[in-house]
Write a protein that binds this ligand. Sequence first.
Ligand SMILES: NC(=O)C1=CN([C@@H]2O[C@H](COP(=O)(O)OP(=O)(O)OC[C@H]3O[C@@H](n4cnc5c(N)ncnc54)[C@H](O)[C@@H]3O)[C@@H](O)[C@H]2O)C=CC1
Ligand SMILES: O=C(O)C(=O)COP(=O)(O)O
Length: 409
Amino acid sequence: MSKVSLSKDKIKILLLEGVHQSAVETLKRNGYSNIEYLKTSLPESELIERIKHVHFVGIRSRTHLSEAVLNAAEKLVAVGCFCIGTNQVNLEAAKRLGIAVFNAPFSNTRSVAELVLGEILLLLRGIPKRNAMAHRGQWFKSAIGSFEARGKTLGIIGYGHIGTQLGIMAENIGMKVEFYDIEDKLTLGNAQQVQNLTQLLQRADVISLHVPETPQTKNLIGMAEIEVMKQGAILINASRGTVVDIDALAEALQHEKLAGAAIDVFPVEPKSNDEEFTSPLREFDNVILTPHVGGSTQEAQENIGIEVAGKLTKYSDNGSTVTAVNFPEVSLPELSNRSRLLHVHENRPGVLTQINQAFAQHGINIAAQYLQTDDCIGYVVIDVDSDHSEVALKELSAVEGTIRARILH
Ligand SMILES: NC(=O)C1=CN([C@@H]2O[C@H](COP(=O)(O)OP(=O)(O)OC[C@H]3O[C@@H](n4cnc5c(N)ncnc54)[C@H](O)[C@@H]3O)[C@@H](O)[C@H]2O)C=CC1
Ligand SMILES: O=C(O)C(=O)COP(=O)(O)O
């Protein structure tokens, strides 16, 4: 159990993977100056050492916050994922330890959709191959294997924030859009939801993946799925590397079942720009290979920096967990002339009663109380008169089932 009551200059923040400077500026503007900024991710052993002393950590998709890392993070209050995906964090372990995790669910979605649209156009025209040949001095002027996008069918797997935007843009250039999603979705434009994945694979000229990494999406596209795709179809994956069986894709390209592919994410990605990228796809001229840059634009990164740093400062300053991905969400008013106690506990019967009884015994008046729970933890926020705050924190910390308690003045 950790108890935190610190002035802002003592709150240590570790930012990894070169998050945008807008994050640093946002934190500083809010009074947080104790920031360590690294351009790379860190291997697990080094992370375990560094994270021990840190109250907030900011990462992108490359840093793995495993259970072992989180267990070592004795002081960690929250994690900021400066991206959409949170699969790199053991969310359950973080929750059990009372560590809130935030992300930026929208800020880079447009960037991914735009990149994919460009790739669709280039692949339908066979440009990646012609480009590679031209670089080698070969002149391949021919209409063979070169098509307009107009009238072709785009099959989107995962019709969420990215899939929907891509669908609208693709319709604007005359494509027919169909999608498969495990949820019933409001269709935008003239898109049509199909009932099963096989149907989508059979009908689409281009398949683009926009699902999260989950146990269900692991190898969602393998040999059997590629087999049912149209002869000469195109496959695009800018979601997560685990979603496509890369060996199956390489084989399909070898046999010219597929006319091309664009892959931005890989089962194993280099840890830094200095490490060599290895993949069986490197040999294919008709594959656009990009180094996980779907969301890497100036606009997206700047907005993400502001958004996630804003969520971290809000949680630190006022306790709000709105949009946390692994935590009960509590929206809180500004704190004025009082102290606020934040208490994360195991969700078991009687915790609130214990708190209220302990406060009553010590004559601590509760000015406001907010509670949200999920099946695993509860998060209660209590505003008290500042005179009583230290006693209140002591009492709160002694409550059975307490995971973390902290105080804000
Ligand atoms: N390449 C890059 O740089 C980036 C990659 N991403 C990846 O793209 C993914 C999607 O992003 P968003 O569209 O913002 O997410 P989202 O959560 O808005 O949409 C995901 C959609 O996939 C659906 N889905 C989930 N499991 C499915 C399954 N098994 N089969 C079919 N549909 C399924 C969901 O119902 C949802 O509609 C992210 O989870 C992230 O992994 C996101 C941003 C940048
Ligand atoms: O937002 C996401 O999920 C991404 O995949 C982008 O990851 P990145 O911040 O570029 O490492």
